[in-house]
Design a protein around this ligand. Sequence first.
Ligand code: IPM
Ligand code: MG
Length: 366
Amino acid sequence: MTTKTFQIAVLAGDGIGPEVMAEARRVLAAIEAKFALTFSFTEARVGGIAIDVDGKALPEETIRVCEASDAILFGSVGGPKWESLPPNEQPERAALLPIRKHFGLFANLRPAVCFPQLTHASPVRADLVAGGFNILCVRELTGGLYFGQPKYSREENGDTIAVDTMVYKRSEIERIAHVAFKAAQGRDKRLTSVDKANVLENSVLWRRTMNELAKQYPDVQLSHLYVDNAAMQLIKNPKGFDVIVAENLFGDILSDEMAMITGSLGMLPSASLGLKETPLGRFGLFEPSGGTAPDIAGKGIANPIAQILSAAMMLRYSLGEPAAAAAIDAAVKVVIERGLRTGDIHSEGTQRVGTREMGEAIAAAI
Ligand code: IPM
Ligand code: MG
């Protein structure tokens, strides 16, 4: 049997990044054994650790390692040590935004899955989340207010003016729309497009483009919500959603709301997919949705599941290995069903475990 070898850039970053990354690698080692795949990992610094050692959050060497890889497995960046730096030098912004731009990572997939066994962790009223829910947020990641030019602040006529520019081209909306429609086709075939078409020119174009592309996907039911209303409906009826597509800033805000109502940030992976298509998928960066959790870093109690599920998304979206991805998803489900819980999702009657025990149990269930 021939084995396929994949080059993976490992950017563990700060806080709990390195410890949860170790568990993702443990699970990938179990995948190697079972699926005749080989992973060749190259570690590179990013975030606060890179600021300390290399003087910048995203060193050239790290970009080079990523360029030479099939995918990027990313941990998390930032922490109290770097919080007093000027905003555009802070690890989150100075590492994440340039890496997104450099690799054209325009499509951000953020599944917000509330497992039926974990609904107790949700801050939303029990009857609204009973049985769990499963929403996929598709967020545009390289356009809009984040990157639009001009962008500056300056003194003018005795006042200070700050300018950000919201720009979308039809082609940018079309490519994220295709990702969202295709994702919906693989799920419950319902797509909610979020905009502010009652106020913004950008959103008028967004909505028109979504409606035009819908003709190419007659099996998908497209609906539209204004972003403020979407924020309300998500709290009121999270089970009513399947796939949500939104521009960069709206998607940033709504994806945090979705993550919070699942109640377990430590369970949520994400994928940021690029322009570069390969025969196996799209080049991408895969990272947990939660942050560096500096308060629990180094204690061996962080939940590694988000990082492990991010590795599964990498197999599915970049490496063209859906069976291996499904094996990881299934192993996580088995371990949750068996009652293993890290502190963040623990409840009475379940077994509290640490980061490593959780990783080992999932690897063993592959
Ligand atoms: C996210 C984060 C980033 C963003 C920040 C850290 C720049 O909030 O990935 O959602 O706004 O995109
Ligand atoms: Mg955010």
